[in-house]
Write a protein that binds this ligand. Structure first.
Ligand SMILES: [Fe+2]
Length: 135
């Protein structure tokens, strides 16, 4: 893997959410570093758990913001968050059962999902909120 570098294409135009997304990217990079350095399973599990917990906190914040401003596609967006969370928990459980811990597969899934989601689905609520003068 390689480090994710934040760029403007990831901005949703809403400062508070950009900051949370940047924190997610930082956690992904931390996990990538720990893997590259050959850190042990406990260290990887800890970062991964922080990432999962923060992702859930972030999803809640995003959904509350969308709800507060009457975003019309909230249900669809929420379903994507739920499906992603379910998938991560499934992969996490698999990792625990096979005793290999956090793997590149898990890390790649998270990276691909988050970057695509932020630049695609999240950009849509960003436009909506910007149109209401919120940024
Ligand atoms: Fe989202």
């Amino acid at each position: 893997m390689s480090q994710l570098v934040w760029n403007d294409s990831y901005s949703v135009g809403v400062k508070a959410m950009d900051e949370q997304h940047q924190r997610l990217v930082a956690l992904l990079n931390q996990l990538d570093n720990a893997m590259a350095e050959g850190k042990g399973r406990d260290a990887l599990d800890k970062i991964f758990n922080d990432l999962v917990v923060y992702t859930q906190t972030h999803f809640k914040a995003e959904e509350a913001l969308m709800a507060h401003h009457g975003y019309p596609d909230l249900d669809e967006h929420r379903q994507k968050h739920t499906a992603m969370t379910d998938q991560v928990l499934k992969l996490k459980q698999e990792a625990e059962e096979t005793k290999v811990g956090v793997t590149l597969k898990l890390m790649n899934f998270l990276t691909a999902w988050l970057t695509k989601h932020i630049a695609g689905t999240d950009a849509l609520y960003g436009k909506y909120l910007n149109g209401k003068g919120i940024n």
